[in-house]
Design a protein around this ligand. Sequence first.
Ligand SMILES: Cc1cc2nc3c(=O)[nH]c(=O)nc-3n(C[C@H](O)[C@H](O)[C@H](O)COP(=O)(O)OP(=O)(O)OC[C@H]3O[C@@H](n4cnc5c(N)ncnc54)[C@H](O)[C@@H]3O)c2cc1C
Length: 357
Amino acid sequence: MEDIFKSSEFTALLQTLQQRPCEDRSDAWPVEQFAAMTNAGVMQWDQPEELGGLDLSAVFMLEGLRVLASTCLVSTFVLTQRSAAVRRIATSKNEAAKQNLLPKLLTGEIFATVGISHLTTSGQHLKTPLVHATETADGFVLNGTVPWATSATVADYLITGGTLDDGRQILVALPTTRDGVEVLPPVQLMALNASQTGAVKLADVPVTRDEVLHGPVTAVMQQGTGGGAGSLGTSALAIGATAGNLRNMNVEAQKRPELQQFLTPLQTELDSLSQSLQLAAAGTHPDGDKAAENIRRKANSLVMRSAQTWLAVTKGAGYVHGHPAERAVRESMFFMVWSCPQPVLIANLQELACSAS
Ligand SMILES: Cc1cc2nc3c(=O)[nH]c(=O)nc-3n(C[C@H](O)[C@H](O)[C@H](O)COP(=O)(O)OP(=O)(O)OC[C@H]3O[C@@H](n4cnc5c(N)ncnc54)[C@H](O)[C@@H]3O)c2cc1C
């Protein structure tokens, strides 16, 4: 299976990502990069075998994400949001939705994304849910605002959910063309603007029972629907982005050998964390249930430190807008806010405040 990362298609994909870096603009959705991923068979990675997919094991999936993120973080991030949508469909008991959506997602005929953070991380301090679901004779009606949905602007389906009055939740596959669905323009972000991330308003949106993927059930995201906040996939991206930072810093260090003293310890830390990721993916990490959280905490710290080190060695030139080092610093901050579980955030804040006990 590891041959897929040595195939000529995968090599061509990495070349495309290297030679055609996504611009950091919200009108620059990575069309070409995504087409190259589809051509290289990446859309097969997460699909069930019976529907023509490869259903890669976690070890290979994470390795693929790590390598892709080391070359282009934004397109790999978009890929993870599509993958999250695919997982929610593939783990559903709704066979009709699976048969209808998964083959089209595999060929790239349709694109789907997730808007699910309001069920896990966003707005958890609010008394009323951000998306309210009401049961009707035919199914449900959704009202509210999905605060975050990456690439909803180009998505045919949004995998999202709502909370009923009794606290139970549903996850649905919602066509973005449905009456009452309004995909708002992407917000201006600190980085990763090409991901076209923004909110989606839902006003009296009818959902049929056929479109329900999971629930109604309490805490729908914790029902084995395919990974929650801070999954190993998020760490694979942070580790991959770090590898990209160190690769670039190494180019600088070839001309300035005195930089090796900073590069070497960061590289050692990266190698160790990459190994940890593999162990966790294989289910053999000594930290057991805590492995994902511990890896994400370390990956967040490392991606930020590696980006800042690269910026510092590039000096003022790296601080000029458009230099890849200043972009790497902005991109590294993403991991502090994206799908970041509370214990990870607290540990990272303690590190920043030097207040860890
Ligand atoms: C670039 C980007 C892309 C993303 N893409 C997706 C996606 O495709 N799909 C998806 O589902 N999610 C996505 N997310 C969401 C992400 O995973 C997190 O859920 C999100 O970043 C959490 O931030 P929030 O502002 O929504 O958090 P919130 O917790 O809602 O915080 C918002 C504000 O509320 C206030 N607040 C927070 N906690 C408290 C408190 N305890 N008491 C009082 N006030 C409080 C603070 O002022 C805070 O700034 C994305 C996020 C980013 C940044």
